[in-house]
Design a protein around this ligand. Structure first.
Ligand SMILES: [Fe+2]
Length: 293
């Protein structure tokens, strides 16, 4: 049983703050739930207090990822286990709106995590007429120490590995979704892309129409991926973060170590495997460098 059950939020340092905040509220359809004195904004997709945190900064970077702990583990016991690994774990109270208690962990390769048991649910509601995703789905990070990061997710947090693309990308999950994190092994340290789940495939077209109406071009897709078989489309937010919008992600069944059969699977049962470095099941060419983001 994984120690976490959900990727809760992503926190970004943002260089082009005003345009990026407006994009996430006006085009993406989040609600600004809170704002701190330093300008940091907390944005909700509709239910949780925040799914996206944007902090004004001189340069852009991934600040941390928030994961909700599996009930029953407890913050103190979790922090003790983290320290036993030789990693730094700091207990924080009222360090951010919406989450009263958390443990901040300095993970491998400079990746910072915040683990919490509960988050406020002011439920401002989901917007309509905007991109309006259902949920934050997964984050792909590039790391020069991918092996250490994978070991942290797999061996400590208890994630399942669900697929690999060559030696480049590793897919792991803590839930029924084929992947909640995707770790790219390359000599860079940055977020590769942030993925949000849409309601259904027709939502892909409504989202793309809405994006271009606000001057945001879709750079690739929608097309079906190989690993995960999600139908995905990519665009950049104003701070040049690559954003994936997806539907149709493979459903992983941990007890069986396989994905639920789907008509587009090429083999049955579909168990974790190493795919050739081909990202599109339809062999669509990418119009940008997916290895770099
Ligand atoms: Fe993705």
């Amino acid at each position: 049983m994984p120690k976490v059950f959900e990727l809760g939020f992503v926190a970004l340092a943002v260089a082009d703050f005003a345009r990026t905040r407006d994009y996430y509220v006006d085009t993406f359809g989040t609600t600004e739930v809170d704002r701190e004195k330093d300008g940091t904004v907390y944005l909700s997709l509709g239910y949780h207090h925040h799914d996206i945190v944007l902090r004004p900064a001189d340069g852009k970077s991934l600040l941390h990822l928030g994961y909700q702990l599996t009930p029953g583990i407890g913050l103190d016991a979790f922090a003790k286990d983290v320290r036993a690994l030789g990693l730094k774990a700091e207990r924080k109270t009222d360090s951010q709106p919406g989450i009263a208690e958390l443990v901040e962990v300095e993970g491998p390769a400079g990746n910072v995590f915040q683990f919490y048991e509960t988050i406020d649910a002011p439920a401002p509601g989901f917007k309509s007429g905007t991109v309006s995703p259902l949920s934050l789905g997964h984050v792909a990070v590039i790391s020069p120490e991918a092996g250490k990061l994978i070991a942290f997710y797999r061996d400590f947090l208890g994630f399942w590995e669900t697929d690999w693309i060559g030696d480049l990308a590793n897919f792991l999950t803590c839930s029924y979704e084929h992947h909640v994190v995707n770790i790219v092994n390359a000599p860079l340290s940055k977020v590769h892309h942030i993925a949000f789940q849409l309601q259904d495939n027709s939502h892909q077209f409504r989202a793309a129409d809405r994006l271009i109406a606000d001057g945001v071009p879709t750079k690739w897709g929608p097309s079906r991926h190989t690993a995960g078989h999600n139908v995905a489309a990519y665009h950049y937010d104003p701070d040049k973060n690559l954003i994936e919008l997806y539907t149709d992600m493979d459903v992983f069944v941990p007890g069986l170590g396989m994905c639920q059969p789907r008509p587009w699977h090429e083999h049955y049962p579909m168990k974790p495997r190493r795919w050739d470095p081909q990202f599109s099941a339809w062999e669509v060419e990418f119009g940008f460098d997916l290895a770099q983001g």
